[in-house]
Design a protein around this ligand. Structure first.
Ligand code: LLP
Length: 442
């Protein structure tokens, strides 16, 4: 294997990659430096400190374009799911490419409007608990579609729209009762889940909705869960939705949109050598099949698949320790910065930022944070090249549901976020200070 440029594991896209040490800034024996685009990560860690979120703008752009391109034969709009990573700079970057947005709160809507006011007409609003306040804000902004999840919500929306003397464009989010393999916390398409209305009740509800002057029936929506890597359940769900669309049209409704939700998974553990382009092509094919001849505009709400692999969390090893032979690397990032391993037992690849040619035998370690909970870990019994105290590690695939789920637990200020584009680096969120955290308190 050439040691000039090397992917941390085969099949990873090139946004994060090892490059050969050029200017001899490394100690003897060390030869590879992990980069984001053209920027060496040690440089960023030195300048901005750790823990540090680093994103590759080119990778986000490229993934968006690849996704969009896979659906080129179907009229469609991509509505990036803001919850995956809601940083304004990321929203702005996507908006510049014509991307729409899926929001689930008034807060997310405000972020989208702050990033690009004109993007409102490409916004879909999902979620089981929309408040009147949130609905009013969305109606005033003139969003594309409300994904309504219950009968009660339908009447509240009708009332809000009537008060504002406008019409609310809506789709009912139907629950297709399709099982998809994923973590139970992020599976949503079964009748036992809180989401949507049972598909068999949908026709009756559409009939009621079309009776309200302030509501405009415009589509049907579905979302069966997240981190789904087998595309068959997506096709199955859409087949059920397509059947419903035919019935609804026969009932006299105008159905312009099918919102297929998000959920396409990424390969955290073994990146597929054929990569994202193949996955998203398979996904597009699975969705296109049931839509054939239906003449609808497809809405898509990907989150993770756009930004997940485009971000890494950089952390320093604070201490090495061993308890009865079990080895730990205590790092300066913690579950408050990235909760996925603790919450979903999620796997994230971890790599040393500096890699030596004679690093010695890999060792089995737990990579843990400083928070006072045993759940505060990033990896357990993970084989890693031996690293010393103060070494830097990169936790990969942290672009989605990383910073977005970060908290201030243990009064830990959330990390700096930087965006790299080629050689350029921009701070897109500064590190919090403890004073920021205390400010709202009396
Ligand atoms: N649309 C709706 C209605 C959703 O509920 C979600 C995710 C998405 C789109 C975007 O799904 P994606 O393409 O990102 O899979 N915190 C969890 C994931 C929660 C997903 C919630 N809903 C994690 O870290 O895995």
């Amino acid at each position: 294997m050439t040691r000039r440029s090397q992917s941390p594991s085969p099949g990873r896209p090139p946004g994060f990659i090892y490059h050969k040490n050029r200017r001899g800034i490394l100690r003897r024996g060390q030869s590879l430096i992990f980069h984001c685009d053209d920027v060496p990560l040690p440089k960023l860690a030195e300048k901005y400190g750790t823990p540090l979120y680093v994103y590759s703008a080119s990778m986000i752009r490229e993934r968006y374009v690849t996704f969009d391109d896979a659906f080129r034969e179907i009229p469609h709009t991509i509505c990036y799911s803001v919850k995956a990573n809601s940083n304004l700079s990321i929203l702005r970057l996507l908006a510049r490419h014509g991307c729409g947005f899926d929001v689930v709160s008034g807060g997310e809507l405000e972020r989208v409007l702050a990033a690009d006011r004109k993007a409102a007409r490409r916004v879909v609003f999902s979620g089981v608990g929309k408040t009147r306040e949130e609905m009013n804000a969305a109606l005033k902004a003139g969003i594309l579609l409300f994904n309504v999840e219950s009968e009660s919500e339908l009447w509240v929306l009708a009332e809000c729209a009537a008060r504002l003397r406008t019409q609310a464009p809506l789709a009912l989010r139907v629950n297709p009762d399709v099982a998809a393999e994923t973590h139970p916390y992020i599976s949503t398409g079964l009748h036992k889940h809180k989401f949507g209305v049972p598909i068999r009740n949908a026709r009756a509800l559409y009939a009621q909705a079309s009776g309200a002057k302030s509501l405009r029936v415009a589509g049907v929506s579905v979302h069966i869960g997240s981190q789904i890597t087998d595309v068959a359940p997506f096709g199955e769900a859409l087949a059920r939705v397509a059947e419903l669309v035919r019935d609804l049209r026969a009932d006299g409704h105008t159905i312009e949109y099918i919102d297929a939700g998000g959920g396409l998974g990424i390969a955290y553990e073994k990146p597929d050598p054929n990569g994202f382009s193949k996955d998203v092509t398979d996904y597009a094919r699975a969705l296109a099949e049931p839509l054939r001849g239906l003449g609808v505009h497809l809405l898509l709400e990907p989150g993770r698949s756009i930004v997940g692999p485009a971000g890494a969390l950089i952390t320093s090893v604070v201490y090495r320790k061993a308890n009865d032979g079990k080895r730990f690397l205590v790092v300066d990032a913690a579950m408050n910065d990235m909760i996925r391993p603790a919450l979903y037992s999620a796997y994230h690849e971890i790599v040393p930022v500096l890699l030596g040619e004679n690093d010695g035998k890999p060792e089995l370690v737990d990579v843990v944070g400083p928070v006072c909970e045993s759940g505060d870990f990033f990896a357990r019994d993970r084989e890693l090249p031996p690293v010393e105290e103060a070494a830097l590690l990169a936790i990969l695939d942290a672009g989605a549901y990383g910073m977005a789920l970060a908290s201030n637990y243990n009064t830990r200020p959330r990390p700096t976020e930087v965006m790299v584009s080629g050689k350029s680096v921009k701070v897109i969120r500064r590190r919090e200070r403890v004073s920021d955290l205390m400010r709202p308190e009396v």
